[in-house]
Design a protein around this ligand. Sequence first.
Ligand code: GUN
Length: 288
Amino acid sequence: MVASIIDGKRLGAEIEEELKSSVSLMASSSRAPHLVVVIVGEDPASHVYVRNKERACKRIGIRSTRYDLPEDSDHGDLISLIRKLNDDREVDGILVQSPLPSNFDEIGITEMIRPDKDVDGFHPINLGRIVTGRTDGMLPCTPSGIMRMLESTGESLRGKKALVIGRSRIVGMPAALLLTQRGIDATVTIAHSRSEDLESLCRDSDILIAAVGKPGMVRKEWVKEGAMVIDVGINRVEIEGRSRLVGDVEEGASEYAKWITPVPGGVGPMTISMLMTNTVRAAESRLH
Ligand code: GUN
């Protein structure tokens, strides 16, 4: 079997087109949605991600403002900024780029952002809503992008065995919750660094979500014939002296899978489209 590609770039562009018309309506009747991105320090990968988010805002017509705090800022500076943004009626969405420098309490910072401005969907109130079966709030961007990609295949997920590798609060845990929700109805296993016999778990799974950040850690022959594979990994590696981006799933898995996401051009662009969707939603609920 040679897998069909789930093209995150194309799907993301379709979502952006829809958002553009909502944004232009809002801009003409009141004001454009406004996203504020806060970045602390000089982590090069984070700066690339933030630039991509700003570019997406520009394409869609969302206003974006960026706050660059120096690496040696203190916790109090960031807290005061978040308080100010929480109270600012002209701000719809607040995103603090992760990872923060090690002297910051990242979870504590996440909890300070007003849940209705938490466009990342990381606040415990937004994550907790998913547990109660409500998926109409701020959903974390990568997991909701994963769901949109799976749904785009037209395949039913009902009763299928899904394996989520990775238990992060940003991807693995919420993705597992979304897969089990009523109406989607997958049967979910969460694997992590202490799981035994990952190979057997993979070989038994109809849906495989790899979110560990280790290049090629899922071997291609572990992929079940006909499986759907979502590769969340974006790992920079040197191959024959050239720098390349590769996923968590070994190249060649498309010989086994029925559907697979590319790296790059899969989950990455969808994460950004879901962030844009959350920002527009946040603005709509504020302006209505
Ligand atoms: N760092 C890597 N991915 C993300 C994300 O989705 N949101 C934020 N805030 N930081 C990140």
